[in-house]
Each structure stands twice: as structure tokens, then as C-alpha cells.
Design a protein around this ligand. Sequence first.
Ligand code: AMP
Ligand code: GLY
Length: 421
Amino acid sequence: MNVLLIGGGGREHALAWKLKQSPLLDTLYCAPGNAGIDQIAECVALDAAEHAGVIRFCRDNTIGLVVIGPEAPLVLGLADDLQAAGIKVFGPSRAASQLEGSKGFTKDLCAEYGIPTAAYARFADAGAAKAYVAKQSLPIVIKADGLAAGKGVTVAATREEADDAIDACFAGAFGAAGAEVVIEEFLDGEEASFFALVDGETALPLATAQDHKRAFDGDEGPNTGGMGAYSPAPIMTEALSAQVMNEIVMPTVRAMQTRGTPFKGVLYAGLMIKDGAAKLIEYNVRFGDPEAQVLMARLKSNLLPALLATAEGRLAGIVLDWHDDPALCVVMAANGYPGAYFTGTEIKGLDQASADPQVQIFHAGTMRDGARILANGGRVLGVTASGRDIGEAQARAYEAVDKIDWPDGFFRRDIGARALG
Ligand code: AMP
Ligand code: GLY
């Protein structure tokens, strides 16, 4: 079967690497891909926002499955248009993608179905939002309703900060995504990422994972897309996973089905865990990045049949096996990220760094210039290693990181510390 993978980040390189191992696969195409993906897939310059062009490509290349990596094309309805054209797709419809595309949508759904989450209110104007904040305790969380590339959330310690975040939102800091704000109670605890494949009806939980969202060691500095991850997450006990499935994931799956907008794809629940119980912070409708890197490193079963079964509503018959050995991913980012950064800087030493068969270097933001590899994004590499325990995986990942010669990048030295602590 020929597969078209949409996206070009570290998540997509990890998915491509794992898809490539499936005997079911003939040719793997990736749009747009990156300098790592182009070593294992045929990268094509397709614009994912141009649905007719994607459909034409699928027909011309007898694509048996399209796998959509990032949230933006999902929210714009790429899966709907592919499906309408008779092309199989892994990824939710536009309506089901509202679980990530509108925070207010998800909070309302949680309220309707009794799903544990932070108390909240929705506002379409600044005055009412500020009046509400004035009556709440601090800290308080201000969120742009729509997709804001991970930048739309402010955890405000003071009312001034909260008011500023509200003003910024309504002043257009996040474009149309900020036309409405959601204000939430601050949840205390430890965060974890929970993933389940969902075929509309059946949900199949994946291995557990945690990421590190802050830019600097000790969980300091600005929020990022994720500076590292590991799997399994020791905090996610079996009892806790069962609670998440019973109280959060399954009620959501049933609600979406009842509403006539079934969710098909991978549902990513961002959790806050306190005293052994989880609350939902938010949903994403795609794999996490860099969580996908460690999940793919640990997945023993073939990925392609599982994604195909998800698309075809056959998940009930699927079992996934995982390697016992933990995996850990260290993200290398361009100096300045998540703020302004330079692109086009050269990265050397990748071959030596990836010589160990238990190390995979997933490219996130890279491009090729002749024989040279250049940085081409904020998060640039995801150096991923396996080991008998988290400590060994961590040591192996940093050994590889230290062989990479890229003075224009930085990384955290403490990925996995929470799991080891
Ligand atoms: P989100 O984009 O909703 O995942 O928010 C980004 C980050 O903000 C989360 O990973 C949390 O660290 C933090 N956050 C969001 N909502 C809350 C909340 N209600 N309480 C505490 N922290 C939150
Ligand atoms: N690692 C966080 C995310 O993928 O949104």
C-alpha cells in the first residue's frame, strides 16, 4: 500500500520511521517532510491547505491511506474532503477536530457529560471577562479559544497579568483564534500526556508518556511545544489509566458519536494529576510532539495496520505490543526558541551521533543544502534513545546529543528528571 503522510516535524519523522517498518507498505510519500524524512520517504511539495491538489496526488499515486500529522489541516477539514473523494484517511473530521480547535467547545462538552476538568467561563468581550476575573482567586488561566500554535495560554499570577492577556487576545494577538477567550481555574499537580487511537467507537490506549514543556532546566522559562519526552510515565499507574479511560476518554468518544460527529484518529488528552486522580486540561486531535518520538521508539507492533484499522472502524480487533525498554527524547532547538531565532545554521556530527542502533535522531526543522544539513525551524532535532531503564535511555540520548556539533542550538540537560526523581 502507498501512504501519504502530511507534515514535516519530528512527530512526522517518527511516524515515517515506524510506518517504514511495516511489510504492508509499498511507497511512503511525505508532504512536505524534512531533511531526515527524505532519507526514508519520497518528499513532495504538496500544499496541505489545497485539498483538490492533495486529492489529485492521491489518485495519481494510488494512495491507500493518508496520515495527517498536525492539527491545522485537520481543523481545516482535509480529512472530510479526502473521505468525500473516497480516499482513506487517518485523522478526525473538521467537526471532531473542534476538540482541539475550540477550547470552549471542549469545556462545554466536559460540562455536559461530567468529564473532570477545571471550572471555566467563556467570553466574547474584554469587559465581561475582566469583571469575571475580578471575582476569581489567583492564579488564573486565560486562553484564546482557537488554535494559537501553543502560544494562546497565559497562567496569570496577578489580575493585571490576567487583564493584559485578555486585552492581548481581543486586540488580535492570536488573530481569529482570540475572538473568544476561555478563563479557567488554575489546576495544580503534575502533567501527563495520554493517547488513544479511536475509530469512532472503540478506543485503544497507547503507552504512557510525559513531556517537558518549559524551555529551560528545572522546568523554568517560557512554555514551548515540548523540549523532551519519555515513555513510560511512572505517574500513569494502571489505576490512573483506567480512570482516564472511564471518566475522560470514553465519555468523550460516546459524546462525539451521539452528536453525529464521531472522532476517528488519535485523541491526545493533556492531563493534570493530583492525589492519584486526573483532570483534563485540554484535548489535541493528533499525536504529541515529542511524545510521538518516544511512543514510536517503544511500539513493537506495526503501525500501519493499526492506523488503517482506526480509519476503517476495526480497532476492536487490534492489539498493540510495546517494548518494555523505556525511551527518552531530547529536543535540540535553535537559540532563542520559543522566541525569535535564526534559521540556516549548519548542524554537523549527525552520523556519529546516530551510530548506536538504540539511538534515533528524528529531524523536526531541518533542510538539506547539498551535503549539509541546516536548521530550518525552532525545534530542530529530537534525539531519541532506548535503554533498560529511563536512566540508561537518558545517558544514551545525551551521549548522542554531545556528539552533535551545532553551536546555534540549545537543549535541556534534565529530560527525564521527574521520572528518575
Ligand atoms: P494548553 O495549550 O491548554 O495545553 O495549555 C498549555 C499549558 O498551560 C499546559 O500544558 C499547562 O501547563 C498550562 N495550563 C493550561 N490550563 C491550565 C490550568 N487550568 N491549570 C494549570 N495549568 C494550565
Ligand atoms: N508536546 C505537546 C504537544 O504536542 O502539544
